[in-house]
Design a protein around this ligand. Structure first.
Ligand code: NAD
Length: 319
């Protein structure tokens, strides 16, 4: 398999690059090193991948047709993870989110169509569920009420993938990732941000009363799901599927703070703040479809995953 992986320098993309290389695939990474967080972090994420002879990194923007035209001809699969991620900043910069996440996805789908690529995996998000009342969240639930621009762009991405599947017979899997964490986690995400504040002896901002819940998913489980999606499309190139990838366990904000603090052996102060606009009350994945179609079997408990994150953070976490 020869994979075009967008967002290869990012948190999930860099881990996936290594996993694909280990399993014998060639990887062409496309990343523009956007300034959402520091370039040096992304460069470091690529250290291991850059040692491989069958990894090529192209610095470019997914919206740039000439960058796409210059990609090698042997690519037969696309995994599209490049995006402006993060719910809160999307409220400040909706047009940019739309441009990268929606126009950028169209641009890649056009690339895949022109090259006759039939296997396409899109990195979507649990945020499309908005404040879904019913739990756990199932792919059959309506997702017509996103509550942030970011969520709306991910839903738009899923819809556009469906259009290309329908018109051009491309095999598509849209994977809804539920809050991913672990070594290399993006510095803006809560576990990483809190670890930094705890280390620096600063108070943790707790938005709301601490009862909001997230289905935190360890990155290795996400990788297992992406690999499952690639296998699934190999066997069923005619399918379009939307599939949740979570742990199917909820952790409250208070529990998350306690787990991270205990793993770091420190007791932080908490600053209570109102809920933030765009934040959902809970996420909770029904993963029965992923189990059935992808053989997905997430196996990392939150305690174990946080310990691994903290070990990494204490050695290599960013300031
Ligand atoms: P990340 O920011 O670490 O990685 C995204 C990468 O995309 C970055 O390296 C960035 O430089 C690149 N990029 C951004 N705009 C680009 C452009 N225009 N052209 C080329 N490259 C561009 O984020 P992540 O946490 O690894 O997330 C990866 C994907 O998974 C994203 O699509 C995100 O929306 C989705 N997702 C992540 C989570 C999570 O908890 N991390 C949850 C749900 C969905």
């Amino acid at each position: 398999m020869s994979v075009l992986l967008t967002g290869a320098a990012g948190f999930i993309g860099s881990h996936l690059t290594e996993r694909l290389l280990e399993s014998g695939s060639e990887v062409v990474g496309l990343d523009n090193f956007d300034d959402f967080y520091d370039r040096s972090i992304k460069e470091r994420n690529l250290t291991i991948a850059r040692d491989s002879d069958v990894f090529e990194l192209i610095e470019g923007d997914i919206r740039d047709a000439s960058a796409l035209a210059s990609l090698p001809g042997h690519v037969d699969t696309v995994v599209h993870l490049a995006a402006l991620a993060g719910v809160r900043p999307s409220i400040e910069r909706p047009a940019e989110y739309n441009s990268v996440n929606v126009d950028g996805t169209v641009s890649l789908l056009e690339f895949a169509r022109e090259r006759g690529i039939k296997r396409f995996v899109f990195g979507s998000s649990s945020s499309v569920y908005g404040n879904n009342e019913k739990v756990p969240f199932s792919e059959a639930d309506p997702v017509d009420h996103p509550i942030s621009p970011y969520a709306a762009t991910k839903k738009a991405g899923e819809l556009t993938c469906h259009t290309y599947h329908h018109l051009h017979e491309m095999g598509m899997v849209c994977l809804r990732f539920f809050t991913v964490y672990g070594p290399r986690q993006r510095p803006d995400l809560a576990i990483h941000k809190f670890a930094r504040l705890i280390r620096d002896g600063r108070a943790l901002p707790m938005f709301g009363d601490g009862t909001t819940q997230r289905d935190y998913t360890y990155f290795e489980d996400i990788l297992q799901g992406i690999e499952g999606a690639l296998r699934f499309l190999g066997d069923h190139p005619e399918r379009y599927e939307v599939i949740n990838l979570g742990e199917s366990q909820t952790i409250s904000l208070q529990e998350m703070i306690r787990t991270v603090s205990e793993a770091m052996g420190m007791r932080p102060e908490i600053e209570r703040l109102p809920m933030q606009p765009g934040d959902v009350v809970r996420t909770y994945a029904d993963i029965s479809k992923a189990r059935d179609l992808l053989g997905y079997d997430p196996c990392t408990s939150f305690d174990a995953g946080v310990k691994k994150f903290v070990e990494w953070f204490e050695k290599e976490g960013v300031s």
